[in-house]
Design a protein around this ligand. Structure first.
Ligand code: KIV
Length: 271
């Protein structure tokens, strides 16, 4: 059997089955071919081409500046490295809010030009019309509630969202509305664990958390944060699995030393 045939692709249907069976979903971000290939071969379930690329790839302070063309470049690179995982792409700021026709056009460009399987967008009832229109073209949509980074200027702070009753009530309503509209999954970011558990239990679709506790259907982290490439970002919910910053810096310092001392290249490393 060819390699292509032996790979069972993760689909939105597979994620639903995982929720039903109580199997946790593992999701990470990726923005390029080589890293996506490693994640896929490690058997990650979902790869998110997040607009966090704006921070960790481009060096911007917020996710607002990244463009649709930038996202398409990252997503197409990721898709070329993936055989198994479901690839979801963030709709960047300004490409879907307040104009459902633009939301559909942006999503169609992502699907056509990248080969990804779904899009993600931030917000609740304000974006329902956009969600409906994207779904009408057969494009799966993942929602994102809680601390939605594209609205950082409205929040004015990165603190935990929905601690107060009114915001928590609104979040529950929005989550139910996104499910009813047809989203296949929702990300909940930086909200109290108890609220995330309540939302997870009240929805049939899988809920993926980031800083939302353990009683959700799956977890997502930004790859550069969990690998320890970024050093300055250290929220309580972040578990660092490596200190790649130190590893890379150490390797580069060794290389510089070897070049300067003419230890590199050696006799064996030349023709
Ligand atoms: O852009 C991103 O990386 C995200 C995750 C934090 C969920 O939206």
């Amino acid at each position: 059997m060819s390699d292509q045939k032996s790979v069972k692709k993760v689909t939105t249907h597979v994620l639903n089955e995982m929720k039903l069976k109580g199997e946790k979903i593992a999701m990470l971000t990726a923005y390029d071919y080589s890293t996506a290939k490693i994640l896929d071969e490690a058997k990650i379930d979902v790869i998110l081409v997040g607009d966090s690329a704006s921070n960790v790839m481009a060096g911007f302070e917020t996710t607002l500046p990244i463009t649709l063309d930038n996202m398409i470049y990252h997503a197409a690179s990721v898709v070329r490295g993936v055989k198994r995982a479901l690839v979801v792409v963030d709709l960047p700021f300004g490409t879907y809010q307040g104009n459902s026709k633009e939301a559909l056009a942006s999503s169609i460009r992502i699907m056509k030009e990248t080969g990804a399987s779904a899009v993600k967008l931030e917000g609740g009832k304000q974006v329902v019309e956009s969600v409906e229109r994207i779904l009408s073209a057969g494009i799966p949509v993942m929602g994102h509630l809680g601390l939605t980074p594209q609205a950082i200027h409205k929040f004015g702070t990165f603190v935990v969202r929905a601690r107060e009753e009114e915001e928590a009530k609104q979040l529950i309503e929005d989550a139910k509305l996104l499910e009813k509209t047809g989203c296949f999954s929702i990300v909940l970011e930086k909200i109290p664990a108890r609220l995330a558990e309540e939302v997870t239990m009240s929805l049939k679709i899988p809920v993926i958390g980031i800083g939302a506790g353990g009683k959700v259907d799956g977890q997502v982290l930004v790859l550069h944060d969990m690998l320890g490439i970024t050093q300055e970002f250290s929220p309580r919910f972040l578990r660092r699995y490596h200190n790649l910053y130190a590893e890379i810096k150490g390797a580069v310092e060794n290389y510089i030393t070897d070049v300067r001392s003419q230890d590199f290249p050696s006799e064996k490393e030349q023709y």
